[in-house]
Design a protein around this ligand. Structure first.
Ligand SMILES: Nc1ncnc2c1ncn2[C@@H]1O[C@@H]2COP(=O)(O)O[C@H]2[C@H]1O
Length: 923
């Protein structure tokens, strides 16, 4: 069997393989799977792990006698042949019967993971495909190619002896790439001689060709083909003239169309085009895989096409099988760990989780040294050269004593260089879970009982140095403390050993939930979107920074400091009694207030002007018993600490949130749901300051870059904690701006607590928790005060929701403002991605790349997953139907843009009237 290390693309889209293989999408990749850079066809013997090379890849080989050598064996022949159609993945249990029950049998990853019906039938020698051959006679599944004329997915594919292959399959079954009837969609404005030659070349290679003449026709055809699971593998676009077709636009639209991440797109260009690298690069950036020169020479065109089939389409097909392999590895009973090139764990399967008593997210990215107590210098000398190893290592389980395990370690090379990665395989007595289930549990731990089991070569120093810690751990674990939840988890784990794969998967999910904190805190609904942009955005907003730690991490240790050069004593800008400003501020409580105009006419001091207007309208001066000038100075200082360079998180956003807060307070009052004066004042202050000193980067970014703020707040609620803290630091640090100085102690304490609570409530990771609590109290038939909650508790829930809705109300603003906010936030996200790339940091939202991001898709996802439910809940409470109306209009507009392929910021902005022109609407 061959090993086929290859690079996994860093995108969940690979998993679907929809565009490339025309099959049902595979499940999305886990974070670690996404980042895994290796793919292995592995077979693991109970007693030995073997591996060999494919093609140019060199891997060391351990022969049966223990010697090492280079493996370029005939097993490689088995790597990529035959068929794997995920649609046919049914009969896993059949296959398990076939592959188990043999002592010292080869436990193939395929045997335990997805395996196809057709392969099973071939392997068992039953069924027509077994004897007629899957690719030569057409006796396989319907619609499959006839091999003598068709493209061979591997050089061996067409000529392989069918019987011999079946025997080989039986012995070394592998996961095989799909090999469907290939379909090509030709998008040519007119059927000229070039189009004819391309068509003939396609036909020469047995491609099923469809010709369309416009972008609309192309999209409709793709849409239909996706709906009927008959995807196109190759799309060839005529890019010779922009008059007929805008190839760049078409390519970009196709890339953003669901199911076409892996579709191969080729552009046919004029010869002269190859002298203009700008134009070529633009096409490639739009998602074209290759540009080819127009030709009327059929042979040339045919050769070009053949190369594309081999170098692009075939690898895409192979890639689509990677998920199957990972699934298989994941379910393997043997413990398998793979490290990356700096010896951090990049892959661990489920058995590893059990062995180490840790969750995958706790394992992935850990340095190897963290899970072994033993000295690892025999495997890696100062992290430089890595060596084969077969012996005993002390493994450190979470919260428990270390245990000795027999471990085999194999170094592998990825791209022909010296070996960089290590594969660890643990020899588990009895072959699997039973042993793991019997590992010493806290109470019954027969300490040291396993120590005599095997020949050992422990590193005495490491054990001694760790002794103290282990002794105290031992004391802890022997305490008669066992939470009921631990018992439940253990019982469920036992049940899992003897149940079907589907049941095991469900139990896995249950276990996952049980192991989480906050079992009774409402959480976000599962994100059910296939759209990677929405997944990226919502995932980044709703999950804490730990989620990113498993992504490729950075060796970047540059610490980004906050904007610490400003002093708190900034003299307030002189507010001019400008009649235009005054006139605009008359509208300041209306939902369609033009905040961008205010930004412009106040020369980027909207917070100062809007803030004073709000303070005046809600008589905050009297409530705080403070001079107007102190409030003015306070607003000026707060505004000065918003970063002008942020496109979104600047003082205009703060003013916008304050304006929404004012509008909500007014509406509440009109509904007789009056907030008291101090509640109004604190809500406005919280709104004004809620993002102060925002660095224009997310909390996850700060955590990933070891920013001092992330260190200070232990990666928890980093930005919001900072906004709240700096608000008070600035305010209390200078008497001239201390708006609280005349409050008595108790009132100040209560005001401070309210402001902090409101600012912290803007953190999105607890979005669903806040929303669910709000709905459970205010969405109830009963009066809130009849519920168990105290009045103070209900009022806290209301204030939190108020600032949350105000904070993300931009998708429910009139369309032209909504679009401008979308532009600003997208630009800020893009700048973060640019910086992450430049500093080689983990990319928090890879889809927010200015070259490829679809703004409409991001907004559709944001509205669907975050905004919609919240706006309905808030409207139900406050009765502001204009929020819902605006949101729905905006949503339809984003959908329209999406359908039209208006994706980039430039595309969208080109469709907008100038900002500030209220009367015009979007095209
Ligand atoms: N229109 C939008 N599209 C995408 N994300 C948004 C939009 N508006 C707000 N957000 C995000 O929602 C977050 C709410 O909290 P922040 O203001 O810290 O950061 C905000 C942005 O990250």
């Amino acid at each position: 069997m061959g090993c086929s290390p290859s690079t996994l693309p860093n995108s969940s889209s690979t998993a679907g393989g929809a565009g490339g293989v025309g099959n049902a999408p595979l499940p999305p990749l886990d974070a670690n799977e996404k980042d895994g850079s290796l793919l292995f066809c592995i077979k693991l013997r109970r007693s030995r792990m073997r591996r060999c090379s494919c093609g140019a890849v060199t891997l060391q080989n351990q022969n049966g006698d223990g010697s090492t050598g280079s493996a370029t064996c005939g097993d490689n022949m088995m790597c990529n042949q035959g068929l794997l159609n995920p649609l046919q993945t049914k009969n896993e249990s059949d296959y398990e019967k076939l592959s188990t029950g043999k002592k010292d049998s080869i436990v193939t990853v395929a045997a335990l993971g997805n395996f196809t019906h057709s392969v099973v039938r071939r392997a068992t020698g039953t069924g027509s495909t077994g004897t007629s051959g899957t690719s030569s006679s057409g006796g396989g599944r319907p619609g499959h190619r006839k091999s003598s004329l068709a493209l061979a997915l591997t050089p061996e594919d067409d000529s392989m002896d069918v019987y011999q292959r079946n025997l080989m399959d039986l012995k070394y079954p592998t996961v095989l790439p799909p090999n469907p009837q290939l379909k090509a969609l030709l998008v040519f404005h007119k059927s000229d001689s070039i189009c004819e030659v391309v068509t003939l070349a396609c036909q020469r290679h047995q491609l099923d060709v469809t010709l369309v003449k416009s972008k609309e026709e192309a999209l409709e055809t793709l849409h239909k083909s996706y709906a009927t699971a008959q995807c196109y593998h190759l799309i060839i676009i005529d890019a010779r003239s922009t008059k007929g077709l805008d190839a760049e636009h078409i390519a970009r639209t196709i890339r953003h169309t669901h199911g076409h991440h892996l579709t191969t797109i080729i552009a046919v260009c004029k010869k002269s085009f190859f002298e203009k690298d700008d134009a070529l690069i633009a096409l490639l950036d739009a998602g074209v895989n290759r540009c080819i020169a127009e030709t009327t020479n059929l042979t040339l065109c045919s050769v070009e096409l053949k190369q594309i089939l081999h170098s692009i389409i075939r690898p895409h097909n192979v890639m689509s099988t990677q998920q199957a392999l990972y699934t298989a590895l994941h379910r393997l009973k043997e413990v398998v760990l793979i490290t990356d090139d700096v010896l951090r764990i990049q892959y661990a399967n489920r058995a590893t989780e059990r062995l180490l008593n840790m969750r995958l997210d706790e394992i992935i990215s850990k340095p190897l040294g963290d899970i072994f107590v033993s000295d690892l210098s025999t495997i890696s000398e100062q992290g430089k050269s890595i060596k084969e190893f077969d012996g005993i290592l002390m493994v450190r389980r979470k919260n428990q004593e270390s245990i000795p395990m027999h471990v085999r370690v194999v170094p592998v090379a990825c791209i022909g260089s010296a070996p960089t990665h290590l594969i660890f395989n643990f020899d588990i007595p009895g072959g699997g879970m039973d042993f793991i289930a019997t590992l010493p549990q806290p109470k019954e731990a027969p300490r040291g009982s396993l120590h005599s089991v095997r020949r050992c070569s422990f590193d005495v120093r490491s054990i001694a140095s760790d002794g103290l810690r282990r002794t105290s751990l031992a004391k802890l674990t022997s305490l008669p403390l066992e939470a009921p939840i631990t018992k439940i988890i253990n019982l469920l784990s036992q049940v899992q050993e003897n149940c079907s794969a589907d049941e095991a998967r469900l139990i896995d999910k249950v276990l996952d939930f049980l192991k989480r904190e906050g079992l009774y805190s409402p959480q976000m609904k599962e994100i059910r979107t296939d759209d990677p942009i929405a997944t990226d955005l919502i995932g980044a907003l709703l999950t804490g920074p730990s989620v990113y730690s498993s992504r490729r991490s950075s060796n970047d240790s540059i610490i980004r400091t906050g904007n610490s050069t400003r002093t708190a004593t900034i003299v307030p800008a002189k507010m001019k009694a400008n009649p235009i400003i005054m006139e605009l501020l008359e509208e300041s409580l209306k939902w369609d207030f033009d905040i961008f105009k205010l930004e412009e006419i106040t020369d980027y001091h909207p917070l100062l002007y809007l803030g004073m207007e709000m303070f005046r309208r809600f008589d905050v001066f009297a409530t705080l018993n403070i001079d107007e000038n102190v409030c003015k100075a306070w607003l000026a200082v707060i505004e000065a600490h918003y970063h002008k360079s942020n496109t979104y998180h600047n003082s205009t956003h703060a003013a916008d949130v304050m304006q929404a807060t004012g509008a909500f307070i007014t509406q509440l009052a009109s509904k007789d749901m009056v907030m008291d004066r101090m509640d109004e004042a604190t809500a406005l202050i919280a709104a004004a300051a809620h993002d102060v000193d925002h660095p224009g980067r997310s909390s996850a970014f700060l955590c990933n870059s070891n920013n001092p703020l992330a260190i200070l707040y232990n990666d928890l609620t980093v930005l919001e904690s900072h906004h709240a803290a700096i608000t008070f630091k600035l305010t209390l640090g200078d008497d001239k701006i201390n708006i609280f100085k005349n409050l008595d102690k108790e009132t100040y304490k209560s005001a401070r607590s309210t402001i902090i609570d409101m600012i912290l409530a803007t953190e999105m990771t607890r979005h669903f928790e806040h929303l669910a609590k709000f709905v459970s109290v205010f969405g109830n038939e009963m009066e809130p005060r009849e519920l168990v909650q105290s009045e103070e508790e209900t009022s806290i829930l209301m204030r939190r929701m108020l600032i949350k809705v105000a904070d993300v109300s931009n998708p429910a603003r009139p369309m032209q403002y909504c679009i401008e906010w979308a532009r600003r936030i997208a630009e800020e996200y893009f700048m973060q991605t640019d910086e992450e790339k430049q500093r080689h940091m983990p990319i928090v939202m890879p889809m927010f790349d200015r070259a490829t991001c679809s703004i409409p898709k991001s907004q559709i996802g944001f509205i669907e997953y975050i905004i919609q439910d919240m706006m309905h809940a808030w409207d139900g409470f406050i009765d502001m139907p204009e929020l819902i109306t605006c949101m729905q209009i905006n949503y339809s507009q984003w959908k329209k843009y999406d359908e039209q392929g208006v994706n980039t910021l430039a595309d969208i902005m080109a469709k907008q009237p100038p900002v500030g022109n209220k009367s015009s609407s979007s095209k």
